[in-house]
Write a new protein. Structure first.
Lengths: 113, 114
């Protein structure tokens, strides 16, 4: 019953540091997504992937990179952390288009100081 | 392009009274619509979904929503609020085109007063 697993749950970074947020799912879903949620706001799409080897930008991709070498894993990389990247990050997966719901991880709370 | 507007950022009700959370959408295609709930410091949980079958959709915990194409609305209702319903609620649209992603509304925070 693992579903979508994100690590770490919390992290504090200094400006300019790098880190990778991990996301893995065990449901054999093709689609995976990274969203960020700022206080009082909805979720904004950072990057998404429709299958291994395929990634594409969302609404707010600047400052982030992703890769999708396997169906299960979809890590999100922050190269030079900035205070504007302080947020809660959610990974999600979905079987296919349109009619299927997404399953979300528990989130990673990132603070950049 | 698809978009979602949640008409109220905050809704406050008394326990035992009805809940109405309003959502309007815009989609170039036949949309799928979802309501998710987020309890404080938790992830997102699916409440219900509309996928072009019945227009009245029943979800978990007594919630339901009605898809009205003519009004481009998908309002969430519950006959009687419970204290445990206090949370953030997100209306979400997916039209299966373009980025094949889910587009979120800005959320409605539901407060339930004793």
């Amino acid at each position: 019953n693992a579903g979508v697993t994100q690590t770490p749950k919390f992290r504090i970074l200094k400006i300019g540091q790098s880190m990778t947020l991990q996301c893995t799912q065990d449901m054999n879903h093709n689609y995976m997504y990274w969203y960020r949620q700022d206080p009082g706001m909805g979720l904004k799409l950072i990057y998404y992937s429709v299958g291994a080897g395929i990634t594409d930008k969302g609404e707010v991709p600047n400052g982030y990179n992703v890769s999708r070498s396997t169906t299960e894993d979809f890590p999100l990389r922050l190269e030079l952390a900035a205070p504007s990247q302080t947020s809660v990050y959610f990974c999600a997966s979905r079987q296919g288009e349109s009619v299927t719901e997404a399953f979300f991880g528990q989130g990673t709370r990132l603070t950049v100081v | 392009a698809q978009s979602v507007t949640q008409l109220d950022s905050h809704v406050s009700v008394s326990e035992g009274t009805p809940v109405l959370l309003r959502c309007n959408y815009s989609s170039s295609y036949s949309p799928s619509l979802f309501w998710y709930v987020q309890h404080p410091n938790k992830g997102l949980q699916l409440l219900l979904k509309y996928t072009s079958a019945a227009t009245l959709v029943k979800g978990i915990n007594g919630f339901e929503a009605e898809f009205k194409k003519s009004e481009t609305s998908f309002h969430l209702t519950k006959p009687s609020a419970h204290m445990s319903d206090a949370a953030e609620y997100f209306c979400v649209v997916s039209d299966g085109a373009g980025r094949r992603a889910l587009t979120f509304g800005s959320g409605t925070r539901l407060q339930v007063q004793p």
